[in-house]
Design a protein around this ligand. Structure first.
Ligand code: NAP
Length: 282
């Protein structure tokens, strides 16, 4: 069965839209600021689609396009200003940043209450210790997809391919929170195929086109393909979709699987940041 990320995403967006309207009736509009440094075309395209989605859902958005040679202190000053801007509830700095800027310092400068990407160490700490708070967008989208299709996680063997701070590590924590038995694999993992073959659920997030082949997966496994790789024929995931699909019970396509969920979860985090800031202030 193909997991339809567009469908699930639309359903969640309808819910978000209703909650936004409710806030609007109290003269509150969720606001998101997106900062982009340099002119990476992929980042520009992500940022445009984030803004379009904000508009569609009735949210306010601001975009800051900074030159690639902007200084770290200028960027930090801007973040400080946005932290103190009442109509903004979410602040997102599009990564990666140019080499001369310390990414950690920038992330730590964002008010944790406005850290809708969930990259701030305080929010990562909450995620790690199971305290309620923001969930990072792509992993949160994966959990929503699994929940929508009622895919059981408790006691299952889950293998996460990739250990990035954005996808691999947080999705491993979130699967653990759902009582899966989780193994994280990376470029130095030995006997990768043996580990993959025992998995009930595989989350592939390595950025290598068609890396996961049919002979690496168990019959009936659930495959979540996070990869977005641009090759000559277009966008493909980290999974060799056609052959792997024959063996799986559920699989996400690329595009149309995890991708649409990421922006939707960003909108949800922005909405929830707004609700929290607005109602905590009352
Ligand atoms: P990343 O930071 O480049 O991390 C890649 C991870 O894959 C690393 O942990 C690396 O291991 C591991 N890896 C690389 N080659 C491997 C191999 N041959 N065997 C096992 N592990 C290997 O990537 P990311 O940011 O997590 O993104 C991964 C993919 O997901 C990319 O295609 C990205 O575009 C996509 N993505 C999609 C969404 C979405 O919304 N759908 C969101 C975020 C990312 P080491 O740590 O040992 O180097």
């Amino acid at each position: 069965m193909i997991i339809d990320g567009k469908l699930v995403s639309e359903k969640i967006r309808t819910e978000i839209s209703k909650r936004v309207q409710k806030l609007q009736s109290q003269n509150i509009v969720p606001g998101l600021a997106v900062i982009i440094v340099g002119d990476n075309p992929a980042s520009q395209s992500y940022v445009r689609s984030k803004q379009r989605t904000c508009e569609k859902l009735g949210m306010y958005s601001e975009q800051y396009d900074l030159d690639a040679d902007v200084s770290e202190s200028e960027l930090l000053t801007l973040i400080e200003k946005l932290n103190n801007t009442e109509k903004l509830h979410g602040i997102l700095v599009q990564l990666p940043l140019p080499k001369h800027i310390d990414e950690s310092r920038v992330i730590e400068a964002i008010d944790p209450r406005k850290d809708v990407d969930c990259f701030h160490p305080l929010n990562v700490g909450k995620l790690t210790t199971g305290v309620e708070g923001f969930k990072p967008c792509t992993p949160a989208g994966i959990i929503e997809l699994l929940a929508y299709y009622e895919i059981e996680l408790e006691g299952k063997e889950a293998v996460v391919l990739g250990r990035s701070n954005i996808v691999g590590k947080p999705i491993a924590l979130m699967l653990l929170e759902k009582n899966a038995t989780v193994t994280i694999c990376h470029s130095r993992t030995k006997n990768l195929e043996t580990i993959l073959k025992r998995a009930d659920i595989i989350v592939a997030a390595i950025g290598k086109p068609h890396f996961l082949k049919a002979d690496m997966v168990k019959e009936g496994a659930v495959i979540i393909d996070v990869g977005i790789n641009r090759i000559e024929t277009g966008l493909v995931g980290d999974v060799a979709f056609e052959p792997v699909q024959q063996k799986t019970s559920y699989i996400t396509p690329v595009p149309g699987g995890v991708g649409p969920m990421t922006i939707t979860m960003l909108m949800k985090n922005t909405l929830e940041a707004c609700e929290k800031i607005a109602f905590d202030a009352k």
